[in-house]
Design a protein around this ligand. Sequence first.
Ligand code: SAM
Length: 268
Amino acid sequence: MINAGKMTESHHLLTIKPTKDGSTTLFSKKFDQHYHNPNGAVAESRHVFFETPGVPAALKCQDFITIFETGFGTGMNLLLVLEYLEKTGSPPAVIFNSVEAFPVSPEIAAQFDFGNNTFLNSSRQILSDIFGELQPGLNQFKVSNHLTFNLFAGFFDELFEQNAVSGKADFIFHDPFSPDANPDLWTVEVFKKLASLSKPDTVLSTYCAATSARAAMAAAGWYVARAPGALGKREMTVASLTSDKLVNFKRVSEKRLIERLERGDFRN
Ligand SMILES: C[S@@+](CC[C@H](N)C(=O)[O-])C[C@H]1O[C@@H](n2cnc3c(N)ncnc32)[C@H](O)[C@@H]1O
């Protein structure tokens, strides 16, 4: 079991970095990666996890929505859910489930800046409070009347070993750094675990467009499609267990990707 607070300084070595839309992100020395696109943290998250998979439309027409996120990081996606709920006439009840092995300290969270987004800036204290109260394992926070947040402070695999996720997700935000930096979270096994949290029409989205990642999704039973990427990136990826959910996107050939995976094309 990890010590949620102490992991940050000793293992993760984080620095705050500005991005081009005025919002900040973090840079992790451990993973040698930015948490978001340096061209715009807020803009990228909106595009990849909300607008492309259709979260705003679902918020308008469903009574109840569950989201699962791999990698809570700065917590920006939680605040974006809160912002989208504020803008929705009769908002549904939302459960936001996330997992984070290396939570940031409340002091770092207090320094996040969301650029010209006054709603996110005024909600920043929510993140400092969450990071301040976090205990190893499963934590639950009632963020608003409509938003319940469950954060598992620990590793992705532990979440499943401890059977700590309840309910099936409508949307999966797969955001655990790139396959090169964090290959353990881009395997067939991981996408099978994500499938076990999913409904037939769940949409999984990720900024990643790597063929090896798409092949792992396909081998785990996901239908996979390309979508236009955010902020200068050519492509991102969306996936679902139902092919009909991907009619607005350009499908890849799952069969061919699985053949390539089985042939060992993606082994280092
Ligand atoms: C790209 S960042 C997430 C960005 C985040 N969604 C945000 O909006 O700030 C990836 C996150 O995944 C976490 N992570 C990496 N490997 C993990 C693992 N095996 N289990 C749980 N969290 C992990 C990292 O600590 C990091 O916070």
